[in-house]
Every structure is written in structure tokens, then in C-alpha cells.
Design a protein. Structure first.
Length: 177
């Protein structure tokens, strides 16, 4: 079972690759609109909205008493990354794919007691890009649902301000040159 924390563009790509590998995919985010998008467009198996009182117990209740064996934190948020250690099953893996400039701290006894494997994913090799292009060309990966907003270069100053407004539900915006 894979938990993806963060339903932005990075998380969406993780969801697609996890689904391609046949994983059960659970998505955790604070934004209900992004969760709904993940469920409708990415066909993830479960969505969970993280609220102020969110805890591993809430996750266990949603997952029939279990915790995920693999977690991808795609938020780039230091608090989310720190909290992700609490959600990993014993012997599970935690992968940081989101990035921020700063330090991540975690409780070492929790890390050791659960025998967690901590990984980071940041760079790709040329063969990775070839595989991704092939998956897109064959329709196994479709990013068109993510491209929710577009603007011509001349429209960018006006459009950019609109894209920053959460009411507009931007997933990914592109500029045509």
C-alpha cells in the first residue's frame, strides 16, 4: 500500500507511477479540491483529508488497522516530512520527493524502532526520460488533466495573479510562447 502525501503536480506523478506498478494508492492532503481531483482524475483508491487533529490513528482507521508500507512525501513542507515518519509501517519505506531549502528533523527512536528505510528522489537519468516519453506516447501516462490553466505570454502578468488565487483551483498552469 502506497501513501502519497501531497496532491500537487509532483504527487500526481507519483500517483500515476504507483498505479502503473499495480499499487493500492492512498492520498493525503489538506486541500479537499486537490483530493477530489486525485480521486476523479488519477483514480486513486482512497483519499484522506488531513485536518488539525490528524494522527496515525486516523490513518489506521481509514486503512483497516494498517499503516502504509511505502510513503512518498511530495509536499516539500518540513512539518509534513517530519510527521511522515509517524505514518510508516514497521519495515516500511519513506521517500522524500518534495524539496525545500532547510533541515528535516525526526525522532531517532521512532525511526529505529520501526526500522524505516529513508530515501530521497530528485534526479533522473536519460533512460528515465526515455521511459516516461514512451509511457506518454502510448497513453499509459496522461498529464493533460493536470494542465488546468493556460495563458499566452502576453497574458501572463494578469493570468499569474489569478493563478495564485486558491479559488481558481490551479493544478498546473502553462504559458504558451
Amino acid at each position: 500500500m502506497v501513501l502519497v502525501i501531497g496532491a500537487g503536480p509532483i504527487g500526481l506523478s507519483v500517483m500515476q507511477f504507483a498505479k502503473l506498478r499495480g499499487s493500492t494508492v492512498v492520498v493525503l492532503d489538506i486541500n479537499k479540491d486537490r483530493l477530489n481531483f486525485a480521486q476523479q482524475q488519477m483514480q486513486v483508491d482512497f483519499i484522506i483529508q488531513a485536518t488539525g487533529d490528524f494522527s496515525p490513528d486516523v490513518l489506521r482507521r481509514c486503512l483497516n488497522g494498517f499503516l502504509p508500507t511505502v510513503i512518498f512525501d511530495a509536499t516539500g513542507n518540513p512539518n509534513s516530512m517530519k510527521n511522515a515518519f509517524n505514518y510508516v509501517s514497521f519495515g516500511g519505506k519513506l521517500v522524500f520527493v518534495g524539496l525545500f531549502i532547510g533541515e528535516v528533523t525526526f525522532e531517532d527512536p521512532l525511526f529505529h524502532r520501526r526500522e524505516i528505510t529513508l530515501l530521497a528522489s530528485r534526479n533522473s537519468l536519460p533512460q528515465d526520460f526515455s521511459e516516461i516519453i514512451q509511457l506518454m506516447e502510448t497513453g499509459k501516462i496522461d498529464i493533460t488533466p493536470w494542465l488546468t490553466h493556460r495563458a499566452d505570454f502576453d497574458e501572463l502578468p494578469h493570468a499569474f495573479n489569478q493563478w495564485l488565487d486558491p479559488k481558481n483551483r490551479v493544478i498546473k498552469a502553462v504559458v504558451a510562447m
